[in-house]
Design a protein around this ligand. Structure first.
Ligand code: SAM
Ligand code: SF4
Length: 457
């Protein structure tokens, strides 16, 4: 057994990166690396990066600058710290990272991190290592399973990647270039991972993928399974109380998946369904391959299957060619759907994508539209939350809250709910009556005290 060493992995961007960061740590664990939350004491710092918008890239370079100071301090103490850049910036920029930031020892793309132990050995020997080639082997099959104690530390709700990459080529997006072609994991590999997590205490699984509802992984019967079929199988795993999935594309919302919302009590009534814009002209320029009417029709089908289903979305404002009239149609769509929440971004030109070469909207116009859209989204979110005052909801209690004696959990609609309850209730689903609605969370009281006492016993 080699000498114990410490690794700090910092995630930027989406949930997929959070998942990848955990799997990187899992893969390094058999080589003697323990995770640390303190970058300053680490022997290896991995920045798991995001390339989706320009600011995200700049954030990485400024973070490298911060870690550099720690690396120099470690060297003064006679300790060697290695810095690795992983994820989508690594994939997109490759060698450029080592050129621009010579302090970086290792650059590993989003599809290659299962090779980390070998790459690290080369970096330790003094080589500047860059590995961003898309590999032929199955990354997930090559990864080490998470250790039980690592899973326990990561909490009762966990992400599991089931699908990666994208073949849709929206004109604004780098994902097809940084994450590669769309690939689904085999069903049995996913089931085994979920069973492993359930035994370690995980109670909620969110299946993740850039286009998760395009999932078509090979099943044990040799057929390509839909996401709906996968969810039905995972609902049978003992210990798994809740299932979610994200991010979905409106075009891939098949009947089978929608039917799963009517059938499976474990499938939570909340769907993140990015639309990007309400204007058909802009949707066409974005190459989204759906219209606003198509999007609304998907929502009607979802709500017919599950009347209480809540929705969130992603919006881009100031896409090239977007006029005030286009933008107003987006605002109308937001009003019409009544989203429980939404993310909105100013369009950020990404080198190498078609929209980067189109005529750009002025930055101040983008900023002004973003402000108006965000105000409307916030109003909608508050109205959605206000509707829960006095209602009783199932809450999965996840972790200690801010105040002593408090736990924080999630409602079926992904709202954070603060409640007074013993720590032993973490991992259980409790009936909670909402007594106050805050701007970011709900405050509640356990409705069924005897049941909670049984959990505490
Ligand atoms: N695959 C998902 C989909 O089709 O909706 C989303 C993937 S992307 C990681 C998450 C969000 O980032 C997108 O929904 C979009 O709103 C935003 N995004 C992607 N590229 C962008 C860009 N160039 N500028 C601004 N926002 C962008
Ligand atoms: Fe990017 Fe479009 Fe693919 Fe989503 S569907 S990952 S936005 S290219």
């Amino acid at each position: 057994m080699s000498k114990p060493r410490k690794v700090h992995v910092k995630s930027f961007g989406c949930q997929m990166n959070v998942y990848d960061s955990h799997r990187m740590a899992d893969t390094l664990a058999p080589g003697g690396f323990a995770e640390t939350a303190e970058p300053g004491e680490a022997d290896l710092v991995i920045l798991n990066t995001c390339h989706i918008r320009e600011k995200a890239v700049e954030k990485v370079y400024s973070e490298i600058g911060r870690i550099r100071v720690m690396k120099e301090a470690a060297a003064r103490e006679g300790r060697r710290m290695l810095i690795a850049v992983a994820g989508c910036v690594a994939q997109a920029e490759g060698e450029e990272i080592v050129r621009r930031a010579g302090v970086v020892d290792l650059v590993v793309g989003s599809q290659n991190y299962h090779r980390l132990p070998g790459l690290l050995a080369r970096a330790q020997a003094g080589e500047k290592v860059v590995d961003t080639e898309f590999p032929v082997e199955d990354k997930f099959a090559a990864l080490a399973a998470p250790a039980r104690d690592a899973t326990a530390k990561r909490g009762v709700a966990s992400f599991v990647t089931v699908q990666e990459g994208c073949d849709k080529f929206c004109t604004f997006c780098v994902v097809p270039y940084t994450r590669g072609a769309e690939v689904s994991r085999p069903v049995q590999q996913i089931v085994a991972e979920v069973e492993h997590l359930a035994v370690a205490g995980v109670r909620e699984i969110t299946l993740i993928g850039q286009n998760v509802n395009a999932f078509h992984g090979a099943g044990p019967d040799g057929e390509a399974w839909t996401l709906g079929r996968l969810l039905r199988r995972l609902a049978q795993v003992p210990g798994i109380l809740r299932l979610r999935y994200t991010t979905s594309h409106p075009r891939d919302m098949g009947d089978d998946l929608i039917a799963a919302h009517a059938e499976l009590p474990a499938l939570m009534p909340y769907v993140h369904l990015p639309v990007q814009s309400g204007s058909d002209r802009i949707l066409a320029a974005m190459n989204r391959k759906h219209t606003c009417t198509d999007y609304l029709a998907v929502i009607t089908r979802l709500r017919a299957a599950r009347a209480d289903l809540a929705l969130s979305s992603d919006f881009i404002v100031g896409f090239p060619g977007e006029t005030e009239a286009d933008f107003r149609v987006t605002l109308n769509l937001v009003e019409e759907v009544g989203f429980a929440g939404a993310f909105s971004f100013m369009y950020s030109p990404r080198p190498g994508t078609p929209a980067a070469d189109m005529e750009q909207v002025a930055p101040e116009e983008k900023a002004e539209r973003l402000q108006r859209l965000q105000a409307l989204i916030t109003r909608g979110q508050r109205a959605f939350n206000a509707g829960f005052a006095g209602r009783t909801l199932d809450v999965l209690l996840e972790k200690p809250g801010k105040l002593p004696g408090q736990l924080v959990g999630r409602s079926p609609y992904l709202q954070a709910v603060q409640v007074t309850a013993p720590r032993s209730a973490i991992g259980s689903v409790q009936r909670v009556t909402v007594i106050e609605v805050g701007s970011n969370s709900l405050f509640g009281e356990i409705a069924d005290a005897p049941q909670l006492a049984a959990v505490g016993a």
